[in-house]
Design a protein around this ligand. Structure first.
Ligand SMILES: NC(=O)c1ccc[n+]([C@@H]2O[C@H](COP(=O)([O-])OP(=O)(O)OC[C@H]3O[C@@H](n4cnc5c(N)ncnc54)[C@H](O)[C@@H]3O)[C@@H](O)[C@H]2O)c1
Length: 359
């Protein structure tokens, strides 16, 4: 049985450098210890300028994704390019027998997502989608609270990810803001996290979505934000607010505001900076916090251990490869369905969209 999974990273942009490589593979040795069952064989990007950044960090640079995928030094790839390129890159990887960990959202259409899932099964590889916030130890603790009845009967949740992005010319021209077909706007970019976290925290499956877009206050090609209502098969309703158009003070307070509130008959849970890429380490730019409030008291909840979320995401994919219990990307397919339902509803002025249980 394989003991070590050798990864290549395709798309060496912001998330790949700061989170996947420096944290996930512990290139930043001052802050992180190397993970056990994985190694990083190299990175690639269509932008040659990123090659210089990779070399400056001492990383092996592959001239192209094809070269990387043909290399016998690689067992698996992490695809961290813009959303529209996930599908062709993941298909090319799986057709060459490489396991894939794909950034969210896994693709830009249901046809693409379902083809990826079928291909993973046919090729006998593990296909996972990075739903990293489920690996945040504060969120794991929150889930334990809701599961164990610590809040009484939970009947409502609000998740919010609101940021300032798109106001500068460079941001407005970026793939996140320029082209709706790349699914870069806040509904997919941020809503995707809110949907899987809502299901994770509530333990149910979202079966209905209704949404409206925010007023157009930024000069960008995608929606500026959305208010999304949803309902689960366990009878709980919730809401999501996602936006690129909110200042929320400055970067620090915007990060701190990325969170959720879960409401139960006996109390409420409130989180701060828990809906972002921070793990909860004390040297991060915003403090991840979780608070429980009941009629009797308000107190902070802290996990015993704080693992680095990107190490956990990669380790979990590597475990699926090593154990042979391959993931087929189903969670990513369902998550994309919810994102596309939110867009569909907003285009129909907030009409409810029902999600059938096909999977
Ligand atoms: N899980 C999370 O919390 C999280 C956070 C941020 C971003 N993301 C996801 O990660 C992905 C990348 O986001 P980002 O913010 O790093 O974007 P980015 O624009 O900073 O980086 C994307 C990189 O991909 C490269 N690229 C594009 N097409 C390519 C191709 N065909 N082959 C090789 N490289 C290619 C670009 O040149 C760029 O360097 C997106 O899917 C995004 O949704 C996830």
């Amino acid at each position: 049985m394989k003991k070590l999974v050798r990864y290549g990273v395709i798309g060496f942009g912001a998330v790949a450098e700061t989170r996947i490589v420096k944290e996930g593979f512990a290139l930043d040795r001052r802050r992180f210890s190397p993970p056990g069952n994985v190694s990083l064989a190299g990175v690639t990007d269509i932008s040659k300028a990123r090659g210089r950044a990779a070399e400056a960090l001492g990383l092996k640079w592959f001239d192209s994704a094809e070269r990387m995928l043909d290399s016998s030094e690689i067992d698996a790839v992490i695809i961290a390019s813009d959303n529209a390129s996930h599908y062709p890159l993941a298909m090319a990887a799986m057709e060459r027998g490489k396991h894939c960990l794909v950034e969210k959202p896994m693709a830009v259409s249901m046809d693409e997502a379902e083809t990826l899932r079928r291909t993973a099964r046919k090729a006998g590889v593990s296909l996972s989608v990075d739903h990293c916030m489920k690996h945040n130890s504060f969120n794991v603790l929150a889930r334990r609270m809701t599961e164990s009845g610590g809040l009484g009967a939970v009947n409502d949740i609000c998740l919010h990810m609101e940021l300032p992005f798109g106001a500068t010319k460079a941001e407005a021209k970026s793939w996140r803001c320029a082209n709706p077909e790349n699914l870069g706007g806040p509904v997919a970019d941020l809503g995707s996290h809110c949907f899987y976290m809502a299901e994770y925290l509530l333990g149910g499956v979202i079966n209905t979505v209704a949404s409206v877009y925010y007023p157009r206050t930024l000069d960008i090609g995608v929606e500026c934000g959305a208010h999304i209502k949803f309902w689960t098969d366990t009878g709980i309703s919730g809401s999501v607010r996602v936006s690129f158009a909110e200042q929320r003070g400055g970067l620090f307070s915007a990060w701190s505001n990325l969170g959720y509130e879960v409401y139960g008959s006996e109390g409420a849970l409130r989180s701060y900076a828990a809906m972002c890429q921070f793990s909860g380490h004390p040297d991060e730019p915003a403090r991840v916090r979780l608070e429980l409030e009941t009629p009797a008291e308000a107190k902070a909840l802290s996990p015993e251990k704080i693992p680095t979320i990107y190490q956990s995401v990669i380790a979990s994919h590597a475990d699926s490869v090593i154990s042979g219990s391959y993931d087929d990307g189903l969670e990513g397919v369902r998550n994309l369905r919810l994102v596309l339902a939110a867009h569909e509803s907003a285009r129909k002025n907030g009409e409810k969209v029902w999600i059938t249980r096909e999977y």
